[in-house]
Design a binder for this molecule. Structure first.
Ligand SMILES: [Zn+2]
Length: 359
């Protein structure tokens, strides 16, 4: 009897401590497609800024994004990352300090990258950007199966391949992409729906700001506990060789992330209970300057990426300068672990990055 009581009280204590240790109840993941670590850590590239083939109006673009001092320059491009995140969160991937974050998949383009982020499994059979239904179980559908999260997981994406990457038909996730109609009882969402059908679509899919606004208004109206926002413009403008537009989109996406974080921290339901992770699907070339436009298997440094994290369980370590190699495949288990879950699937899942959520 005494032993039973002791066991029961130990069980109560351990449950209590496990809950007390993890403050995060909600998770937000944001990706910037093909956003190079070079600009995240160093700001605008002076060679590309001066090259009129890539930057039409060098003077005005430089006045927005250039400064001789690195810390000021990178903050001009990513003000939220280099103020709020560097003060209260963590940023991985500055290769100057041998703090490496890499694609584990060999392909270094979008679908394999997003598959790796959300399944934790760099499946070599995933080797195309075509609209193919993903066979691999992803961590968002795993979270959606947990009782407290059922129907509380949503993804808003600019690129229209995400319904296939996240396999919404199997996973049952709410995935809103490109021109998927926003059918909600919210006047703001109805307005955004009209806008997305009437925009000129400079990159061929709806502009990132509409993806963001749809996600934000959905968050306000429906209170998801796991939200994914996938921006796309940076990759499209880079492929087009438009460095000024690439920088402009990177800056705008940082502003949207700041807007979202400010909202999160103003609502009791989310405040100090929400972790946000920002990352990208792949890098781009750099060794040969013209290669900044491209990525893929033939470009050696296109597998170099970065991760930023902020939230109540993330130690405020700022820019991480310790030599280490992390992989994109570790993110899926990290998203689950932050919420207190262990992500398991029918395929191998890489270990989480514990330093993101260990106080
Ligand atoms: Zn691309």
């Amino acid at each position: 009897m005494k032993i039973y009581l002791l066991l029961i009280s130990l069980a109560v204590i351990s449950t209590f401590t496990a809950k007390a240790q993890r403050k995060t109840e909600n998770i937000i993941v944001v990706t910037l497609d093909g956003m190079r670590w070079q600009e995240v850590f160093n700001g605008a590239d002076p060679v590309l800024l001066k090259n009129s083939a890539f930057t039409k109006d060098s003077e005005s673009t430089s006045s927005k994004f250039w400064n001789d001092t690195l810390n000021i320059r990178r903050k001009k491009l990513f003000p939220f990352i280099w103020s709020e995140v560097v003060k209260n969160g963590q940023i991985y991937g500055n290769r100057k300090y041998k703090n490496d974050v890499d694609n584990a998949n060999p392909y270094k383009f979008s679908y394999p990258g997003y598959n790796e982020i959300f399944t934790g499994y760099p499946d070599t059979a995933v080797n195309s950007n075509d609209k193919i239904l993903n066979k691999n179980t992803n961590v968002l559908e795993f979270i959606n199966k947990q009782p407290a999260y059922k129907g509380k997981v949503a993804a808003f994406t600019t690129w229209d391949v995400f319904p296939y990457i996240l396999n919404k038909w199997r996973s049952g996730l709410y995935v809103n992409s490109d021109v998927d109609t926003l059918q909600f009882e919210s006047s703001n969402l109805k307005l955004i729906n009209d806008l997305q059908f009437l925009t000129t679509k400079p990159i061929g899919v709806r502009p990132d700001v509409l993806t963001y606004m749809a996600a934000r208004e959905y968050l306000k109206a429906y209170h998801p506990k796991a939200l994914y926002i996938a921006f796309d413009e940076t990759d499209d403008f880079a492929h087009g060789g438009e460095y000024d537009q690439y920088l402009g989109s990177a800056y705008a996406e940082d502003r949207m992330i700041a807007d979202l974080w400010n909202y999160i921290q103003s609502v009791p339901e989310y405040k100090n209970k929400t972790t946000m992770i920002i990352t990208c699907d792949h890098g781009r070339g750099d060794l040969v300057k013209e290669q900044w436009k491209d990525h893929g298997q033939k470009i050696s440094d296109a597998g170099h990426i970065w991760i930023a994290a902020i939230g109540p369980d993330t130690k405020p370590l700022g820019e991480i300068k310790t030599p280490i190699v992390l992989y994109q495949k570790q993110l899926a288990a990290t998203f689950a672990a932050i919420l207190g879950f262990t992500f398991e699937a029918e395929h191998p899942v890489a270990a989480p990055i514990q330093s993101i959520y260990t106080k």
